[in-house]
Design a protein around this ligand. Structure first.
Ligand code: FES
Ligand SMILES: [Fe+2]
Length: 455
């Protein structure tokens, strides 16, 4: 049995954080980091206050005036495109008394009028005016008042925001993972476009659990989704056409982010897209990126902290190909609001039959889909039990040791430009948890006092 922790309320949280950092390379971690109320409050400040957080896709803000409510941690932001075409993310909090000035989820407007006393802002965040300005205020300089604005940048059409004014720029934060984002979102000349409005649903799980699951956990599929496997739906459809599938499975981990993917030997697989996709490939892709995309069956990954991706062929009767972006919005300790976007290459936006297949693929991972309910039940159970005081008092540890040293000899490092700049291993089938260790290291680097990971 593990040695009991010396419980001291004042420094217990820092101790858990430091212990997590010290133990990552051993593949063990304190289960008490999940659904921990005190850690959650620190996560809001040290992770969601410091990291670049996914806010949406540029296609959702195509016209001046387009806006949507999006979150950085629990903070409500309004992403807007102003009249000159620039994107912004403003905290939804009026500079008079802090009222929420935006009462819709999305729309198009040139101005926002606060419903409390009527202060009005342009969609570039500047104050336009207020009722009875001359009578109410003598010395107010409205030029000095503007909405609180997050840092904002985009990569491959993905819009990110950051609360901290200092830190690495977006490209540096994404690091080598940009190579993979090019393949996933920059494959065609016209880029990707979001179709419809994102789905949203709330569940009782810690945001870290789903971010970890999408970061490369193929291992759970055999058990969690056993019913799907037993109906043989996963074995039917496009996947059964692939000679060597699913033997060719890989894991790519960069400093902060990670993804798993399946490849076929067939260079014209293209994630199941119609053959015409080859006519639209972006010239900026390198030969290796093209080949990787050509042989791709399915990719899934997590950009730390809470953006996940799934892109590829769906098998069986479930349709596809499709690309989905997930965002795990923390909404309180042990509570997550998931936002799920469906994206397709613009070139196929008017192809009805493609859209129908793709939509079925996307829906397979909605709350009513074949897989989501399997996962949600498990994730909620992890959250409830990980919040147990028992874990904290007894210093219980979880395990993410697959792929460390002699734990398995199935893991082979791949040194081949086809697989990009990350540290890549072939998992045989399911045997590496470096994705989970990568995510936990990112968590630790931001959660430590000096937040070195953000500097
Ligand atoms: S709080 Fe917005 S106008 Fe008063
Ligand atoms: Fe799953």
């Amino acid at each position: 049995m593990s040695k009991p922790r010396n419980f001291d309320e004042s420094d217990n949280i820092s101790e858990i954080i430091e212990q997590t950092g010290a133990e990552i390379e051993t593949g063990r971690y304190p289960l008490a980091i999940t659904n921990n109320r005190d850690l959650y409050e620190l996560e809001r400040r040290r992770i969601f206050g410091r990291a670049w957080i996914y806010l949406g896709h540029v296609s959702e803000f195509a016209e001046p005036g387009d806006y949507a409510r999006r979150y950085i941690g629990e903070d409500p932001f309004i992403v807007t495109r102003d009249e000159t075409g620039d994107l912004h993310a403003f905290l939804d909090s009026c500079m008079h008394r802090g009222a929420q000035f935006c009462t819709a989820e999305n729309g198009n407007t040139s101005h926002f009028r606060c419903p409390y006393h009527g202060w009005t802002y342009k969609n570039d965040g500047s104050l336009q005016g207020m009722p009875h300005m001359a009578e109410a205020y003598q010395d107010l300089d409205e030029e000095e008042i503007s909405l609180e604005e997050a840092e904002l940048d985009t990569y491959q059409g993905l819009v990110f925001g950051r609360i901290a004014e200092e830190g690495p720029d977006l490209e540096a934060y994404l690091g080598d993972f940009t190579w993979y984002l090019d393949v996933l979102f920059g494959t065609t000349e016209a880029g990707m476009t979001v179709v419809g409005e994102p789905h949203r649903w709330e569940s009782d799980h810690d945001w870290k659990i789903s971010a970890d699951n999408f970061s490369g956990d193929s291992y759970h599929v055999l058990t969690t989704h056993q019913a799907g496997l037993e109906t043989e739906n996963l074995a039917r459809g496009p996947w059964e056409e692939l000679d060597d599938f699913p033997a060719a499975s890989y894991l790519a981990c960069t400093d902060r982010h990670s993804m798993g993917y399946y490849l076929s030997a067939d260079a014209d697989t293209y994630m199941g897209y119609p053959d015409e996709i080859a006519d639209h490939l972006d010239d900026d892709l390198t030969a290796e990126q093209r080949e990787l995309f050509g042989r791709s069956v399915f990719h899934f990954g997590t950009v730390f902290p809470n953006m996940s991706i799934i892109h590829g062929i769906q098998s069986g009767g479930w349709g596809g190909p499709w690309a989905c972006i997930r965002k795990w919005n923390p909404r309180g300790p042990g509570t997550t609001e998931t936002t799920s976007w469906w994206l397709i290459p613009r070139e196929f936006a008017d192809d009805e039959s493609f859209l129908e297949d793709s939509h079925r693929g996307w829906e397979s991972l909605s709350p009513g889909g074949a897989f989501e309910s399997d996962d949600l039940t498990i994730w909620e159970g992890i959250s409830e039990s990980s919040g147990a005081v028992t874990h904290e008092l007894r210093d219980t540890h979880g395990n993410m040791q697959q792929g460390i040293g002699a734990m398995t000899d199935e893991v082979e490092p791949i040194d081949d430009p086809l697989h990009g700049p990350a540290e890549v291993t072939s998992k045989g089938l399911y045997f590496d948890e470096r994705n989970s260790r990568t995510m936990l290291r990112s968590w630790y680097e931001l959660m430590r006092e000096d937040g070195e990971g953000s500097a």
